[in-house]
Write a protein that binds this ligand. Structure first.
Ligand SMILES: [Zn+2]
Length: 184
């Protein structure tokens, strides 16, 4: 007998292609989703006119944590929830083409970026022989980085609405948001 036991028969249809099992599983889940899906007939413009910028962290379920429904908001995510040029690009399109007015920024406890430094970029360059054009945007102080993100949104010349911009730290162990006050 081999040490790698064959899959029990009932799970083989969940993993249609063992060579690419995660993606295959997602595709399978999508078939079930689509089977029960009815076209909500929604407009692309978010109902609540809000864009939420958050870390990509797998523990943050933005819709559940903020009581959001399908169609309510734009969710824009990257490593750290840092306001980079590409986040500004998305926010600009969100506001100017799709009518959002409010911005909510979310960082969180236990973020992977808290353990990194800009050395990451240097080490990457040494390893692959090419310096990335992007900054790592690592940080040690969550509140300070939220404040910086608020400032980057508020001072962007591309955005139409910068009066309702608020920043928070999401606690991954309690599920609670804590607001960070911007610089006075
Ligand atoms: Zn994070």
């Amino acid at each position: 007998m081999s040490t790698s036991a064959p899959l029990p028969p009932e799970s083989t249809d969940l993993v249609p292609d063992a060579g690419d099992s995660v993606t295959s599983r997602l595709i399978e889940a999508n078939r079930s989703y689509a089977a029960g899906f009815t076209d909500p007939g929604m407009d692309a413009r978010p109902v609540l006119k809000v864009a939420v910028v958050s870390c990509m962290d797998a523990r943050i379920d933005l819709h559940a944590a903020l009581g959001l429904e399908l169609g309510d908001c734009h969710t824009i995510r990257n490593a750290g929830g840092v306001v980079t040029d590409d986040i500004i690009r998305s926010l600009t399109i969100s506001q100017r083409a799709l009518g959002t007015r409010s911005v909510v920024l979310i960082h969180h406890t236990g973020c992977g970026l808290l353990n990194l430094t800009e050395d990451f970029r240097h080490e990457l360059e040494l390893e692959v022989g090419q310096r990335p054009s992007w900054a790592v945007e690592a940080f040690h102080d969550l509140d300070q980085d939220v404040r910086q993100s608020i400032e980057r949104v508020r001072t962007s010349p591309f955005l139409l609405h910068t009066d309702d911009v608020r920043g928070f730290v999401f606690d991954v162990s309690t599920g609670l948001l804590r607001e960070v006050q911007p610089r006075g």
